[in-house]
Design a protein around this ligand. Structure first.
Ligand SMILES: Nc1nc2c(ncn2[C@@H]2O[C@H](COP(=O)(O)OP(=O)(O)OP(=O)(O)O)[C@@H](O)[C@H]2O)c(=O)[nH]1
Ligand SMILES: [Mg+2]
Ligand SMILES: [Zn+2]
Length: 307
């Protein structure tokens, strides 16, 4: 029998099918039973994974998954500390939020940034819908994230403001778009890759929330080279593998002020002589960032008890 072995790139995964790019051609393959979603909600493959495949007369068969360079992994919803991999082998995560409609969730932004940092993926922040925002709100958000040393881009897909530099940022890279429903992830993909024509949906005027239009994460090829992964909107994000130490990867402004803490092992929660808490009071660390830090610290402590 004629059979050759080489690799393929996973473009998307559903419960029992995957789409894979193999020798320049997109192919659909039925997932073997052992690769399907387990009762624990885990799956061995994610978009962006490279797999070894064997081409046989009757089609492709999957052999194994190559080790990942990095991954973007949340914890499954609920009490269990199990991983849910959104994508693997990513060059950059663009954490996306709207300045207005839906209301910006600073907590979710920070959680996505922490998830990227723990997974070893560089991230940047895209704040969309500038056309609807006041100058003062833009300024306020800029202050928060520049003190956090996170690159932030203010854009409007509607007016195209700030979109051209993003196109350049995406060239030749595998980029994951992550954020709440309705912030404009699919709209951005449609603008940077003409002809893509992904479905988009209006934010509900009743609830002020997005309608969860995109239902699965997919890699889309970009004309200039590279891939863009559009994902379904997230309601919440608990970073997988969160600890008291790696939490600080995404809070450089907190780490910087820890120098002034009285105790070397200060967690900046309620300790005496905490330099971080003083910096929050002085306005050197923005309060919303500190609040999310504190919530994540409590989650990390709970996780550590479970591991
Ligand atoms: N005013 C304004 N509206 C925008 C802008 N960008 C996107 N929208 C609108 O926001 C709505 C939601 O956009 P989508 O692209 O579907 O959002 P999404 O993030 O893909 O949402 P999910 O797929 O549900 O996660 C659509 O009605 C878009 O037309 C913008 O810059 N300004
Ligand atoms: Mg979408
Ligand atoms: Zn401290």
């Amino acid at each position: 029998m004629n059979s050759t072995e080489d690799t393929g790139l996973i473009l998307w995964v559903s419960n029992d099918q995957i789409r894979i790019l193999h020798q320049g051609i997109e192919k659909e393959v039925t997932l073997p039973g052992r690769w399907r979603l387990t009762s624990f909600g885990q799956r061995p493959v994610a978009p962006g994974d490279i797999v070894n495949v064997k081409e046989k007369d009757k089609g492709l068969s999957l052999i194994d998954v190559l080790p990942r360079r990095n991954e973007f992994t949340r914890k499954v919803a609920g009490e269990r500390t199990l991983p849910q991999v959104a994508a693997a082998n990513i060059d950059q995560v663009l954490v996306m939020a709207a300045i207005v409609s839906p209301r910006t969730s600073l907590g979710l932004i920070d959680r996505l940034l922490v998830t990227a940092a723990i997974g070893g993926v560089p991230s940047q922040l895209i704040l969309n819908k500038c056309d609807l925002a006041s100058k003062s709100r833009i300024e306020e958000l800029w202050q928060i994230y520049s003190s956090a040393q996170i690159p932030v881009h203010f854009i409007s897909i509607m007016t195209r403001e700030g979109v051209e530099p993003l196109k350049i940022m995406l060239q030749g890279k595998l980029t994951l778009l992550a954020g709440q429903s309705g912030v404009g992830k699919s709209s951005l993909a449609n603008v940077v890759q003409p002809g893509l024509d992904l479905r988009t949906g209006e934010v509900s005027s009743v609830t002020g929330k997005g309608r969860h239009v995109t239902t699965s994460a997919r890699l889309h090829p970009l004309n200039g080279g590279g891939w863009l992964i559009d994902t379904p909107g997230l309601r919440e994000c608990a970073p997988y593998g969160l600890t008291k130490q790696n939490l600080l990867f995404a809070f450089p402004e907190i780490e910087a002020n820890a120098r002034d803490c009285k105790f070397r092992n200060c967690l900046h929660k309620d300790e005496l002589g905490c330099g971080v808490m003083v910096a929050v009071e002085n306005g050197d660390i923005p309060e919303p960032r500190y609040e999310t830090y504190r919530k994540l610290l409590i989650e990390a402590e709970m996780n550590e008890r479970k591991y």
